[in-house]
Write a protein that binds this ligand. Sequence first.
Ligand SMILES: Cc1ncc(COP(=O)(O)O)c(C=O)c1O
Length: 439
Amino acid sequence: MSHVFPRFANIEFPVAVKGDGPYIIDRQGRRYLDACGGAGISCLGHSEPAVIKAIQDQVARLKFAYTMFYNNEPAEALADDLISDAPAGLTRVFYGCGGSEQMDGTLKLARQYFVDIGEPQRTRFIARRQSYHGGTLGSLSVGGHLKRRELYRPLLAEAEHISPCYAYRGQREDETEEEYGLRVANELEETLLKVAPETVIGFVAETVGGATAGCIPPTPGYFKRIREICDEYGVLLILDEVMCGLGRTGARWACDQEGVAPDLLVVAKGLGAGYQPISATLVADKIFAAIRDASGFFMHGHSYQAHAVACAAALAVQRVIREQNLIANVREQGELLKRLLEARFGDHPHVGDIRGRGLFLALELVKDRGTKEPFDPALGLWLKVMLKGMEFGLMCYPGNGTADGTRGDHVLLAPPFNINSSHVEEIVEKLALTLDSVL
Ligand SMILES: Cc1ncc(COP(=O)(O)O)c(C=O)c1O
């Protein structure tokens, strides 16, 4: 009998014992093609020699030195690497061990910034519906996915939520993509005016909506308008690129594709690529300066932040991505994957939308393509797709509540950056077997 408390108490999952490129191998020797990097994490597959060696070398030299007393070399080198081509104005990095924890720390930093510059009345955040920013109480408070919030609602901090930029469901027939994007971006201004802008700390958004919305890229001009509104009312723009950042969408920073720079930029999953748990926030110079010039102390910290082995692993991951020109491969294989998905599922009666950017793609499943009506949530379609995929040797990442927070299903694909065209074909073949079987 297992003593592990699993996510699903009544489903027995295989035991993973080995990684081999984009495959995970279980105890029975079955191979699973990882078409989703777990949850968009394993961007270099499961056996990258340069990363494994960097971890071994670092742990032999210095495993860890507590940040209350020491800085360490890998943390410095990784921060240099991240800042070297960061969006304009971001000059400092603070670390954590995962996306949720990093979002919490970032929200706290944003609050401290305003206290330190003499605006303590700023106490609230505005975020978007159908968003996911993590599972801790702070990050779940800004998250906008009804189903994930419901159970814990009495424990959550208050936050305002505006519409996501979700053209498939939100765009009206009488408006262009750009007009739609402006309309939903302007909801930020309406909400600011409703709650009093001088009480708001920041606007929080995933640059490309991921786990709960199923890879929704912003429409052209959406984030430019958001940035304008934030500037007009002195509100911080906090972009969560935990899942979509560091190359996943075909650019190192997803916000570069939108032509905007945030004040705080959060990354995690692809940073350590699953080789080590690590996350980071890139911080605008003015925020660092405010804290330096006020108390000089960021009132936040965790035991393992800036962990030397995790930073060394993440630095090796970033170097492999650069040296092997993998972001170009993300664009190339991403285009191929999208093309093959459209060819195979473009006319499928239950695939309503195929969307995303780079190797960050999703299929939204619907009961009726014409009306876009979702399947009954009681069917638990997302879970069936996941389990059936594993029977066919495919890991894909399905989600639910896509349409409105409670109804709707999607399948998210986020394979490693170093896959080739034969892996792409294998993903589409196995996904077709899976969906034909389940639907
Ligand atoms: C956009 C986004 N933010 C935050 C998180 C939370 O990250 P973690 O699971 O590492 O705590 C996730 C996880 O899926 C995410 O997709």
